[in-house]
Design a protein around this ligand. Structure first.
Ligand SMILES: Cc1cc2nc3c(=O)[nH]c(=O)nc-3n(C[C@H](O)[C@H](O)[C@H](O)COP(=O)(O)OP(=O)(O)OC[C@H]3O[C@@H](n4cnc5c(N)ncnc54)[C@H](O)[C@@H]3O)c2cc1C
Length: 388
């Protein structure tokens, strides 16, 4: 947040800078014109929305966090949040396909060397996509419990294991993969790697059928004696867990922004509907029970956005945001779930019917409480930080 120009006290301001407003408007227009009209189609077909992703790429939206030095937009995390909210307002499934590079690029940005950045971030700038692979069938919340191994053999590591629930797995050109180089050392024995899609031994499963965000693909990744050159290790051996945690600090705000975008859409649809729909001879918003539900939506959405912006701004200042990112992510995701459930309630029977917009929003929002650390895990972190 930049300082306002009209006498606001220095140090805290709520007005976006001119460039931020322009970027917000650009993303808003893109969401309204390119995403929202095709959202139902991709929700039903479960196809990957390549035409939209390609248009987003032409505007730089698939490489928002790639530094300008490597050809990306080099946005601050706060700027990225402003854009991400708008994209998710259009369709969070499509938004995920556009922003998934941000997640995969993060380990390279935080731990990669110049050659790795030139090559792999450069490919994203050229229009390729990448995916981020931590979760395994037996380990999601408990990141340290992953079983994938990376055994050193001369100038290579040999990776074996299975990753699951990987967003973008079927379309990625390369993957950031976390594996144990020393399986006897929980946490400190983990390392991170860049792995090329066409490496022998790497295969990708069929996309899972899901509750929501159907435009985005989610699949398994199988690693059988996958040979990865030592140059593709990110950072030092044993730094993998630390890298994963640094990624969370920057990726959790994005899920918060996504939840705010989905919730804002649900509120806007609710306002439109509650104005038009009549019951007992008046528009339903004039029934206080409905009006108050919408007032609560506005309160909660505003609060969540401020929390998301604060935790992103902290990263931009070079400050720790562990507690604030967990607060923002859990608050925004839980808020979004409540808002979308209430939106379905406001629509009555029509809320349950796919032809109307809020049914999709309620399906889509649920994942925000699960990925990038569940709402329970965020609370664990908040408690840990408070009692440190
Ligand atoms: C659509 C989708 C996309 C995804 N994309 C990616 C991706 O791109 N890359 C990737 O690596 N992963 C991805 N994930 C994985 C996601 O991050 C995990 O599913 C999530 O972290 C939860 O892990 P889990 O499913 O193993 O659940 P578990 O960890 O088994 O948790 C099950 C339940 O137990 C609770 N729980 C677990 N531990 C605790 C605890 N200590 N205290 C309190 N409650 C606890 C959880 O909150 C949850 O309610 C994706 C998942 C989905 C569904």
């Amino acid at each position: 947040m930049t300082n306002g120009s009209n006498g606001a006290s220095p140090g805290l301001g709520f007005e976006l800078a001119e460039e931020q407003k322009m970027m917000q408007q650009m993303a808003r227009d893109f969401a309204a014109n390119e995403i929202w009209p095709v959202a139902p189609k991709y929700d039903k077909s479960h196809e990957f929305p390549w035409p939209v992703v390609k248009k987003a790429h032409s505007l730089g939206l698939t490489v928002m966090n790639v530094p300008e030095l490597y050809g990306g937009m080099g946005l601050s995390l706060l700027d990225e949040m402003i854009v991400s909210e708008e994209l998710a307002w259009g369709c969070s499934g499509i938004a995920l396909t556009i922003t998934i590079n941000n997640l995969a690029a993060l380990p390279v940005i935080v731990a990669g060397n110049d050659a790795q950045k030139q090559e792999y971030l450069g490919r994203l700038v050229d229009g390729k996509l990448a995916a981020y692979c931590v979760t395994e069938p037996g380990a999601g919340s408990d990141v340290a419990a992953i079983k994938t191994s990376a055994r050193r053999e001369g100038s290579h590591y040999v990776l074996n294991g299975t990753k699951t629930f990987i967003s973008g797995a079927t379309v990625a050109d390369w993957y950031t993969i976390f594996a144990y180089t020393n399986p006897d050392e929980p946490y400190k024995g983990m390392s991170a790697f860049i792995v090329e899609r066409d490496t022998p031994g790497l295969s990708v499963g069929q996309p899972f059928e899901k509750l929501g965000q159907n435009a985005s693909d989610t699949a398994e990744l199988f690693l059988e004696n996958v040979r990865v050159p030592v140059e593709n290790r990110l950072g030092q051996e044993g730094q993998g867990f630390l890298v994963a945690m640094q990624v969370f600090d920057r990726s959790r705000p994005g899920v918060g922004a996504m939840a705010v975008g989905i919730a804002r859409r649900a509120m806007e649809e609710s306002i439109k509907y509650a104005r038009e729909r009549e019951a007992f001879r008046k528009p339903i918003f004039r029934h206080q029970a409905i009006g108050h539900m919408i007032a609560d939506m506005a309160m909660q959405i505003d609060a969540a956005r401020l929390l998301v912006w604060r935790c992103a701004w902290l990263v931009d200042q070079g400050s720790s945001n562990v507690r604030e990112a967990s607060i923002a992510k859990a608050f925004a995701a839980d808020m979004g779930m409540k808002v979308c459930t209430d939106a379905v309630q406001i629509f009555g029977g029509y809320g349950y019917i796919s032809e109307y917009p809020v049914e999709k929003l309620m399906r889509d929002i649920k994942i925000c409480q699960i990925y990038e650390g569940t709402s329970q895990i965020q609370r664990n972190i908040i408690v840990r930080e408070l009692f440190r």
